[in-house]
Design a protein around this ligand. Structure first.
Ligand code: BGC
Length: 726
């Protein structure tokens, strides 16, 4: 105690400089964060605390789903704002009011949805996962942070690590696909990239894991609906990415809109307090999703907004996003003894901790520079192109690809010249005029001689452009057909009942196919599509996804064979929408050969992990040996037996054929992507840690490891080994 007092005093003397007295401890940059938090908390009134728990929007909100009530005359002490504009001057003025006009001068934390880039837009997260390259995900997240932080954003509402197995849900675009291991690896990479070594770094931002938890399971693929998730699936499928990213140091979490087994995530004490803050030791804060506190009333979980505020804060929610329930009712609830000072203090403490760690007290303002000085530097555009090239997936090739220069190509289709479609949803400050379309990319790579016509719109029934398209195709050596989705067809509140593209686009493909010319289909979309019918009309398919600012040239370079495609699917493409839900790591049915669809095949069109290359990779025999310390080593040699260098991703799966609970038919446990020269053989290994890789988690989150046979699966090779718990 004695030491502590001396320490505080000496720091105060050293810091000096505060006119009229000693600088309070919380304003001393060198004091430990926890001491600063304690000090500040001890000085705050209840009203000041409640304002810290409240978030509003500042400036225009670019999320069309979230245009709502306008709040005027907010007090200067509001803790957080969503800042979607690029008006740094107004942002600084608002911050100045908080820092200079309030008694304690607590800075605002500004958040924004920097989902796949700020000014430079990267491929959508679903595409990023198809690169199987977490290093690139980390790099681009760091680059996005380096544009966002100087632009006034301290905190991004990203990554979204919701597992999604129903692509009718528009938000599949925002996550890393259907597999928990993939989402964990990519989510951790994003957290590292956003946050770096220190949050106070002027080029990093705080990350936010969302939407905790189970949002991706929205029933029927319809956004905002309830989810019914067993505790087993919760722990096995939906929670692992969160646990991994919390361990990685993610500073904030956003609770989900959905309810889980009858309790909305916004007020789910088990998830927010017991698991997240308790078992996982999370020391950051939880923000609700937009208006989700008041939505507890629509969900039938609270009889009024006041009760909603009570239930949410008591469950462990720390910040109320934009629904004004905390500000309106918490003080009353404390007076009535329904909410304790302890709960309020706990939430404030968490928010202040992150603000201190971000260095906001020392650096609350941003230099008022132009957008062009902060964004779209050549290196960020190059990185966007690199991720685009690694994330595109070659789905079909009957030999027509790669193309060669000097021949006549026609580019046809509604997506070809549409830069906006390339950006996808949540484009943040991405601008169409800074974005390369497919057509521009093709002209850039193949030369201006390429002809172009649109053929038809994205939807509707106007076929008046078909005749010109067909005539142009006839004059060409091959057609590059560009189909897909408008940007707004995926993302939030963008549910679809079918994954099929509108009929007009399929008809255009059929009309072109009738010319007998080779057709290469390029797809720009934010979700897996139903390609059963389209696939028959074309010779090759390249899944381009929504590649962001710089996707046109990489797509064209893949067509030319200048880049060997290396993307692999991180989500299953069903044959038809009727197969949904369909994903690779399902449990075995009781009669595996029966229960099949009578009208269509029961297997997907393209599996998780699938993707073609311009070369061949031959896998040798797999060997498994026991290592000291209870681990195992699986080894496999991979030879690039084709003529082109390329990147191959070795995907390691585990299967436990018999266990105390039924287990998925196989589960991804590790992967590695490497460059292999034509003719070269490389050795790949996977070190199996039994507790991490063989064990299962039960419905209480407990990991259990059993003796018995396990199988390691790589491509079409399976090797079994017997394991005994030591
Ligand atoms: C979305 C969140 C987003 C928030 C703020 C909500 O509607 O569900 O993902 O971060 O809005 O824009």
């Amino acid at each position: 105690m004695m030491n502590r007092t001396i320490y505080i005093l000496s720091l105060a003397v050293l810091a000096g400089g505060c006119s009229g007295g000693v600088t309070p401890l919380y304003k001393q940059a060198d004091a430990p964060v926890e001491k600063r938090v304690d000090d500040l908390l001890s000085r705050m009134t209840l009203e000041e605390k409640i304002l810290q728990l409240s978030q509003y929007t500042f400036g225009p909100n670019d999320n069309v789903n979230n245009i709502g009530e306008k709040f005027d005359n907010l007090p200067d002490g509001v803790g957080s704002f969503i800042f979607s504009s690029d008006d740094l001057h107004s942002r600084n003025e608002l911050q100045r009011r908080a820092v200079e006009n309030t008694r304690l001068g607590i800075p605002i934390i500004f958040g924004c949805d920097v989902i796949h880039g700020f000014g430079t837009i990267y491929p959508i997260p679903l595409a990023q996962a198809c690169s199987w390259n977490p290093d690139l995900v980390e790099e681009l997240s760091a680059m996005a942070a380096s544009e966002a932080r100087p632009s006034g954003v301290d905190w991004t509402f990203s990554p979204m690590i919701d597992i999604a197995r129903d692509a009718r849900w528009g938000r599949v675009a925002e996550g890393y696909g259907e597999d928990p291991y993939m989402a964990s690896v990519m989510g951790c990479a994003a957290v590292r990239g956003y946050q770096g070594e220190s949050l106070s770094d002027s080029l990093r931002v705080a990350a936010c894991l969302k939407h905790y938890a189970g949002y991706g399971r929205s029933e029927g693929g319809r956004d905002y609906t309830a989810t019914d998730i067993s505790l087993q699936s919760l722990w096995e499928t939906y929670l692992p990415p969160y646990e991994a990213c919390i361990k990685e140091g993610a500073k904030t979490v956003m609770s989900a809109f959905n309810d889980i087994n009858g309790v909305p995530a916004t007020a789910h004490r088990y998830l927010l307090t017991d698991v997240l803050k308790g078992d996982w030791g999370f020391d950051g804060f939880v923000v609700s999703d937009w208006n989700a506190v008041r939505q507890l009333v629509s969900q039938g979980y609270a009889d009024s907004r006041k009760q909603a505020a009570e239930k949410a804060i008591k469950a462990g929610l720390d910040m109320d996003m934009r629904d004004d329930c905390f500000r309106q009712y918490l003080s009353e609830l404390v007076d009535e003894g329904k909410v304790g000072q302890k709960e309020i203090n706990e939430a404030v403490r968490r928010i202040l901790r992150v603000k201190f760690e971000l260095g906001l007290f020392e650096n609350p303002y941003r230099t008022e520079t132009d957008f062009g000085e902060r964004c779209l530097k050549p290196e960020s555009i190059e990185l966007s192109a690199k991720m685009a090239e690694e994330s595109m997936v070659l789905l079909k090739n009957n030999g027509v690809l790669p193309l060669s220069k000097g021949r006549k190509y026609s580019v046809i289709g509604p997506v070809a010249d549409d830069a906006g479609a390339m950006l996808g949803s949540w484009k943040c400050h991405g601008r169409n005029e800074d974005t390369e379309s497919i057509l521009e990319g093709i002209r850039n790579v193949f030369g201006a001689g390429v002809s172009y016509t649109r053929g038809c719109d994205f939807d509707g029934s106007d076929k008046s452009g078909f005749a010109e398209a067909v005539a142009m195709a006839r004059r060409s050596d091959a057609v590059i057909l560009c189909l897909g989705e408008k940007a707004a067809w995926s993302g939030e509140n963008a549910s679809r009942s079918s994954l099929r593209l509108p009929r007009i686009q399929e008809d255009l493909a059929e009309a072109l196919s009738a010319t007998g010319k080779p057709i290469i289909l390029l797809l720009v979309n934010g979700r897996p599509l139903e390609l059963a019918s389209l696939e028959k009309s074309v010779d090759a398919i390249l899944e381009v996804w929504q590649p962001g600012t710089a996707g046109g040239t990489p797509a064209a370079r893949i067509l030319l064979g200048d880049i060997n495609p290396s993307g692999r699917l991180c989500i299953t493409f069903p044959l038809t929408s009727g197969q949904i839900p369909i994903y690779y790591n399902h449990r075995q049915s009781s009669r595996p050969d029966m229960g099949l669809y009578q009208d269509i095949p029961s297997v997907p069109l393209y599996d998780f992990g699938y993707g073609l290359s311009y070369t061949e990779y031959d896998y040798g025999d797999m060997v498994i040996e026991k290592l000291h310390g209870g681990k195992y080593l699986a080894t496999i040699d991979v030879t690039n037996s084709g003529k082109m260098d390329g990147f191959e991703t070795v995907q390691w799966f585990i299967r436990d054929p018999f266990c105390s609970i039924t287990r998925p038919v196989k589960e991804l446990r590790y992967f590695e992507k490497r460059f292999i020269k034509a003719g070269e053989t490389q050795r790949f290994t996977f070190e199996i840690d039994p507790m991490r890789d063989l064990a299962y988690v039960d419905g209480n989150g407990k990991r259990l490891l059993e003796d018995g046979e396990y199988r390691v699966i790589v491509k079409d090779k399976t090797v079994s080994f017997d394991f005994t718990v030591e």
